[in-house]
Design a protein around this ligand. Structure first.
Ligand code: NAP
Length: 302
C-alpha cells in the first residue's frame, strides 16, 4: 500500500487530526498509456500476419446508456487500429436467437473478442448468452469458465473493471501482500473477481454485500477499500481508516461514485476520482485484452 509517507511527511500529535488530502489516482493518464500500448500490439499483429484484431460488440435493444457505451468502445477500437464489429439485435430477441448470434461470432476466425453489452433486456437469460462466448474470445471476462480461471489465478481475460483496478493499484505501487482489503459488492463482473484477484496477490479480503452487518465498522479496519455497490456516495469518509487506499468503481447518475469523495479525501492516502479513475481503465483494459487475445489466436508473440 502507498502509505502517507509517500507524500509530504505529516507531524502527528495527540491533539492534532491529519489534514493532508489524498493523492488522486489518475485513471485517465494510465488508460492513455494502456491504449497506446494496445495500439502498438495491434500494429505488430498486423505487420506480422496482415490480420487486424477485431472486437465484436453485441447490443440487444436500444437502452441509451448501452448505446453510448458501445459507441465509446467502437471509437476506442478504431483509435487503437482495431476493427469494431457491431451486432445490433432488436428488443424482443430471444435467448436462443442471441446465443445463435454469439455462436456465429465464436466460429468466425476474423473476430478475436466478443462483448455482450449488459444489462441485456429482462426476458433474456444473460448467463446463457455469456456462456456461449468461448474463453479465448471472452475479452470482457463474463463467462463462468473465465471467472473460474480468475479465481484459481490461471491465465484468463478477466472482467475489465477489476482487471483495470489491479493495473491502477500496481501503477501507484499499492502494497497488497498481507494487507486487509475490503470489497463492497459481490457481482460476478466486479466484486467477486476483484476479491479473487486481491486474494491471489496475498491480500486478506473481506467481501461485503447487502446482507453484511455492521459495514461501517468493518470498513474501518480496511487498508484498501474497493467500493462496487451502485449507490451514490454510499461509503462515508467517517468509515475510512486514515491512510487507506480508496478505489471507487461506482458510476451513478450525474457522474457520482459510490464513495462520498469529499468526505473520503481527508482520511485516504490515495483515492480514485469519479469520473477519471476506474472508468477509463475499464475500457482501456478491454482494448488491451482484445489485442492480446488476437495475438494469441493468430500466433504472434508480443
Ligand atoms: P450490481 O450487480 O448491482 O452489484 C451491486 C453489489 O452491491 C451487490 O453485490 C449488492 O449486494 C451490493 N450492495 C447493494 N447494496 C448494498 C449495501 N447497502 N451494503 C453493501 N453492499 C450492497 O452492480 P455492479 O455491476 O457490480 O456495479 C457496481 C457499481 O460499479 C455500479 O455503480 C456500477 O455503475 C459501477 N460499474 C462501473 C464500471 C466502470 O467501468 N466504471 C463497470 C461496471 C460497474 P447483494 O449481492 O447482496 O445484492
Amino acid at each position: 500500500m502507498c502509505p502517507r509517507d509517500a507524500r509530504a511527511p505529516i507531524q502527528y500529535s495527540l491533539s492534532m487530526e491529519p489534514t493532508n488530502k489524498a493523492k488522486l489516482m489518475d485513471g485517465r493518464a494510465l488508460a492513455q498509456r494502456v491504449h497506446a500500448a494496445a495500439a502498438d500490439k495491434v500494429r505488430k499483429i498486423l505487420g506480422a500476419t496482415g490480420v487486424t484484431p477485431c472486437l465484436a460488440t453485441v447490443l440487444v435493444g436500444s437502452d441509451p446508456a448501452s448505446v453510448t457505451y458501445t459507441r465509446m468502445k467502437r471509437k476506442r477500437c478504431l483509435d487503437a487500429g482495431m476493427l469494431p464489429k457491431r451486432i445490433e439485435l432488436p428488443l424482443g430477441t430471444t435467448t436462443a436467437q442471441l446465443v445463435d448470434e454469439i455462436t456465429k461470432l465464436a466460429e468466425d476466425q476474423s473476430v478475436h473478442g466478443i462483448l455482450v453489452q449488459h444489462p441485456v433486456p429482462k426476458p433474456i437469460d444473460k448467463r446463457a448468452a455469456f456462456e456461449a462466448i468461448p474463453i479465448e474470445k471472452d475479452v470482457d471476462g463474463v463467462a463462468s469458465a473465465t471467472l473460474g480461471r480468475v479465481i484459481l489465478g490461471m491465465p484468463a481475460w478477466a472482467s475489465c473493471t477489476p482487471a483495470g483496478i489491479m493495473r491502477l493499484l500496481d501503477e501507484y505501487s499499492v502494497e497488497l501482500d498481507g494487507v486487509h482489503a475490503m470489497v463492497i459488492g459481490r457481482s460476478p463482473i466486479l466484486g467477486r473477481p476483484m476479491a479473487s484477484m486481491l486474494i491471489n496477490r496475498h491480500a486478506t479480503v473481506t467481501l461485503c454485500h447487502s446482507r453484511t452487518r455492521g459495514l461501517p465498522s468493518l470498513v474501518r479496519h480496511a487498508d484498501v477499500i474497493i467500493a462496487a455497490v451502485g449507490k451514490p456516495k454510499f461509503v462515508k469518509g467517517g468509515w475510512i481508516k486514515v491512510g487507506a487506499v480508496v478505489i471507487d468503481a461506482g458510476y451513478n447518475e450525474g457522474n457520482v461514485g459510490d464513495v462520498d469523495f469529499d468526505g473520503a479525501i481527508e482520511p485516504a492516502s490515495l483515492i480514485t476520482p469519479v469520473p477519471g479513475g476506474v472508468g477509463p481503465m475499464t475500457i482501456a483494459t478491454l482494448i488491451d485484452q482484445t489485442a492480446e487475445a488476437a495475438a494469441q489466436q493468430v500466433g504472434v508473440e508480443l
